[in-house]
Design a binder for this molecule. Structure first.
Ligand code: SF4
Length: 625
């Protein structure tokens, strides 16, 4: 097994590169290495875990780290399957410093036994964004055409779209390439704005990589099976099938994947119309869930995707096949929720149109969906005009009353598409180059705080912002050092806020174990507990790995500059959650009742206490000693 990790440090300004080596034990993976490299070089890093290329399913995620342009702090984002081809470069991490003078493609290639080859080649990015399939797809088409032939085996391409240039939250996209052809299964390092960082700080619009270098990956299935038998009395593949069933097909709900399972189970917790569902009665929410979602949006998905078994993987041979497709459209819960019900869209043709347009531009889908739903509410309430947003006449249908599912969804999607175009072209007041929070602040100053109040996000440091994951629970608005991914507890039960902070801190440590090993979290049911033991069996370093993970969490926490909620609707998300716990779920815990009472008497004061209680729970759990 590898006893050290190799980092390829590339200066994008000069194409000079060098290789650094780090002993396994001092660093264990792409996150602790990324934290170190980011602190030292302010680099953008991407790398695989120690088990990339091994027999363990889910072990080939490509993990991105660096200081995030939109969040403002250290961030971690990851992409499914992209680590498998990366492993053929014979390095563990690629670290980018410096900036290419004009937008360029970084090409990395390594043939067996040979040195890695590094090329930085300029491209006409604006021309490429407009050509072929446009945006990220145009960049992938161009890059494969221009560089593909030099690869003996299928390479992989990371690409950015116009959102990377026009905003601080552009994502990085990629698709598996099969037999020389780009597939439609797009995978994303979505959150954290690493596409914007790649383009704006390093001048790189695409990275193509691949090779035939072979190193010693753990391939002994018999030994792995023995470890699983000892722990679960099952072979590895059987345990993995059991652990990932909800992502493949869940017989209890007759559906599968994050879209199918979430929309089957949300019921009164489903969020719609820019979170305005939180102010409705439970009956109204159930009506939306039953009529708009179960009877239409989910039914369409089940008919078009589940019954026809359009299941794909992210590029690694994984039996979870979590990528649920309808033709060229991939259906995940959160993009099809934020650019779905949250934006007043409950029909797949409309949601596909809007999601595809956002994907083509290379936006982080959850963030841009949060912005669209916010702006659509502002339009429908007359807080902003179409002229101010630089779009033609637009009046979103933003209430369930009399909502026509197919035509009103398409009407709203068309407005969403116009707003996306206006963001990219910076029309009207829409300038998101420095993020939505800064734009919201400007709008508040010019037009009053009522414009900012319907925007739900967590705030960090001076201008960091992050629309939350799509669950109606206080955990998604926690003051954690990294928000927008699952480094917090998003269960729907009531936990006193101090306890919630502690639980989120524990979750963060478990997620760090997965990310630092390059593991896909959909395999977490076994991977969380097995990974430290596997590090123990292969390297004799289980205790050190666990200590290192705790230390890493406390170091990330030491930079936690979370800011108290700034918009009214964020406070209302908490208050209405608490009230619903009592009135709908019948919870009579005196602590819950106390919080409901406090919010009723003085909402801002109670919210501040609630926030600080969570913060204390996090802080006391993630201290270094
Ligand atoms: S669960 Fe999905 S994302 Fe994760 S490894 Fe399998 S196919 Fe890839």
């Amino acid at each position: 097994m590898r006893t050290y990790q190799k980092v390829l440090l590339v200066d994008c300004g000069t194409a000079f590169y060098k290789t650094l080596r780090y002993r396994v034990g001092d660093f264990f993976g792409p996150v602790d290495l990324g934290l170190h490299l980011s602190g030292k070089y302010n680099s953008l890093n991407m790398g695989t875990g120690l088990l990339a290329g091994s027999v363990f399913p889910g072990s080939n995620r490509l993990i991105f780290t660096g200081f995030s342009p939109c969040w403002g702090g250290f961030y971690i984002s990851s992409m499914g399957g992209a680590g498998l081809v990366f492993d053929d470069l014979g390095i563990n991490t690629l670290s980018l410093v410096g900036k290419a003078p004009t937008p360029s493609v970084l090409a990395l290639h390594r043939a067996h036994e040979e040195e890695i080859q590094v090329e930085i080649v300029p491209l006409d990015i604006h021309g490429v964004w407009r050509k072929d399939r446009q945006g990220i797809y145009g960049v992938m088409d161009y890059t494969l055409r221009r560089f593909g032939e030099q690869y003996e085996t299928d390479p992989r391409i990371l690409a950015v779209g116009q959102a990377a240039g026009a905003t601080d939250f552009g994502a990085i996209a990629s698709v598996p390439i099969k037999k020389g052809k780009l597939t439609s299964v797009d995978t994303w390092a979505g959150r954290g704005g690493f596409g914007s960082k790649l383009l704006k700080e390093h001048g790189i619009a695409a990275i193509i990589y691949g090779g035939t270098f072979i190193d010693e990956d753990f391939r002994d299935r018999k030994v792995a099976d023995q470890w699983f038998e000892n722990k679960y009395q099952m072979k590895m593949s059987a345990k993995d099938l059991e652990a990932t069933s909800k992502y493949r097909f869940e017989p209890d709900f007759q559906t599968g994947g994050t879209f199918g399972v979430n929309f089957s189970t949300l019921r009164g917790l489903a969020l719609s119309f820019n979170y305005r569902s939180i102010y409705m009665t439970e009956e109204e929410r159930l009506h939306i869930h039953h009529q708009f979602i179960e009877n239409h949006y989910l039914k369409q998905f089940n008919r078009e995707t589940i019954e026809t078994k359009q299941y794909r993987n992210c590029g690694e041979p994984c039996s979870a096949v979590c990528k649920k497709m309808h033709g060229t459209y991939k259906k995940d819960y959160e993009p099809y929720q934020t650019m779905g019900p949250l934006s007043g869209i409950f029909d797949h043709r409309a949601a596909e149109k809007l999601n595809h347009h956002a994907n083509m531009y290379g936006f982080d889908a959850i963030s841009v969906g949060g912005i669209l739903s916010w702006l659509m509410e502002c339009l429908s309430e007359g807080l902003l005009t179409p002229t101010e947003l630089g779009i033609g006449s637009a009046d979103p249908v933003f209430s369930p009353k009399g909502f026509s599912i197919v035509s009103d969804s398409m009407h709203n999607a068309d407005i969403g598409v116009s707003i996306l175009d206006a963001i990219i072209e910076k029309r009207g007041i829409l300038n998101l180059e420095e993020g939505a929070r800064k734009m919201g602040r400007r709008l508040s100053r010019d037009k009053g705080k009522r414009v900012l109040d319907p925007f739900v996000y967590t705030a960090f440091a001076r201008k960091g912002w992050m629309p939350p994951n799509q669950y109606w629970t206080p955990g998604v608005l926690s003051p954690m050092a990294i928000m927008g991914k699952y480094y917090m507890h998003y269960g729907k039960e009531f936990l006193p806020p101090r306890e919630l902070g502690r639980t989120s801190a524990k979750r963060m440590i478990k997620e760090l174990v997965l990310d630092n090993m390059g593991m896909c979290r959909f395999h977490r049911a076994w991977a969380e507990e097995m990974m430290p033991e596997i590090v123990g069996s292969l390297y004799g370093l289980e205790k050190e790995f666990l200590e290192n993970t705790s230390k890493m969490a406390s170091r990330i926490q030491s930079r936690n500059a979370s800011i108290f909620w700034e918009s009214e609707r964020s406070l209302d998300m908490i208050q209405t959650f608490l009230i619903r716990k009592h009135t709908v779920d019948g919870v009579t815990d005196p602590t819950l009742l106390g919080w409901i009472d406090a919010f009723g008497k003085n909402k801002p004061e109670a919210a501040l206490h609630f926030w600080y209680e969570m913060h204390m729970g996090i802080q006391e759990s993630l201290k270094e000693f």
